[in-house]
Ligand binder design. Structure first.
Ligand SMILES: NC(=O)c1ccc[n+]([C@@H]2O[C@H](COP(=O)([O-])OP(=O)(O)OC[C@H]3O[C@@H](n4cnc5c(N)ncnc54)[C@H](OP(=O)(O)O)[C@@H]3O)[C@@H](O)[C@H]2O)c1
Length: 277
């Protein structure tokens, strides 16, 4: 079965609902076995029909590792490359974005350029508009990872023409449901969920008990799929980006993008399971 997709509201382009994050997991020295393992992670993503790879200059060597591995695989055309600008000032932002295009072996175009943690966002927004106009990036986004900035993100997407917003949303951290997702839906902004496992902590918590029997009705075979299906089922969510350096985990995560999704009642039961664990 093929992975579900969601339309990017600003264009209607279909985006596979499960992607991959690269924070820490792709920040490695260029040794053979490490690169082969990351290639296997990306292969698992592509085999499952996924495409979104999220990185940042903040993630050390991750952008370069993505670029090296994609180059070796000859797979740039399979990837939807998302990275970020994370610096102060126009000139520094320009230099950093030029470097990202190069490091990620992007072929001259980054699919999604996001302003990381809203750092100097007003300055970078002007550059991103010009780059989009020039065809060097296809989409503009903003990101953060704390619930304390949800209202700021909501205010910005209300005021500015932005394609994507990325922030913290997981079965254990649901504040975005009230404070951001309704605005994203109303304004036609795609939503990427980062920290979908609470950095892995929610999985450790849930793993102490067996999956509920009714999870099999939703095709759920692991706690990772349980957590991700909860998110993907929200109609305002466009994509989730779990981080992993393990190819088997990547395949497991991608399987959450296939088959039935929980309805509102089932989603409530999922939260009860987490809260009881
Ligand atoms: N401000 C921002 O823009 C921002 C902030 C934070 C994060 N992000 C993005 O969001 C991405 C995801 O966040 P994250 O990586 O920090 O946290 P996460 O996705 O919530 O959790 C990652 C952890 O989950 C484990 N994991 C993944 N799949 C698994 C599976 N199927 N079974 C068991 N364990 C599994 C990983 O371990 P293994 O490696 O062993 O699989 C890792 O320890 C980042 O990589 C980054 O791209 C963006």
């Amino acid at each position: 079965m093929t992975m579900l997709t969601r339309a990017i509201p600003s264009t209607g382009e279909a985006l596979p609902v499960v992607g991959i994050g690269t924070w820490q997991t792709f920040d490695i020295a260029a040794g053979r076995s490490g690169l082969e393992q990351r290639a296997a992670v990306l292969q698992a993503l592509f085999d499952a029909g996924g495409s979104v790879i999220d990185s940042s200059p903040m993630y050390g060597r991750s952008e370069a590792v993505v670029g090296r591995v994609l180059g070796d695989m000859g797979a740039r055309d399979k990837a939807f490359l998302a990275t970020k600008v994370w610096t102060q000032g126009r000139e520094a932002g320009l230099r950093q974005m030029e470097a990202s295009l190069e490091k990620m072996a992007s072929g001259g175009v980054i699919d999604l350029m996001q302003i990381h943690n809203l750092v100097d966002w007003r300055t970078h927004m002007k550059t991103l508009r010009a780059w989009k106009e020039a065809g060097r990036i296809r989409y503009i986004g903003i990101t953060h990872y704390t619930t304390s900035t949800l209202d700021d993100l909501a205010d910005i997407i209300r005021a500015e023409p932005i394609d994507f917003v990325q922030t913290v949303y997981s079965i254990g951290v649901r504040a975005a449901e009230e404070r951001l997702l309704p605005v994203a839906a109303e304004r036609g902004v795609a939503m990427i969920c980062n920290l979908p496992f609470g950095s892995g902590g929610q999985l450790s918590r849930l793993r102490r008990r067996p999956l509920p029997q009714w999870a099999s009705e939703l095709g759920i075979e692991s706690w990772a799929q349980f957590c991700l299906k909860y998110l993907i089922a929200h109609p305002a969510v466009t994509c989730v980006i779990p981080g992993t350096s393990d190819p088997a985990h990547a395949a497991d995560d991608c399987a959450a993008g296939v088959g039935p999704l929980p309805d509102a009642n089932q989603r409530r039961r999922m939260v009860e399971v987490l809260e009881a664990s």
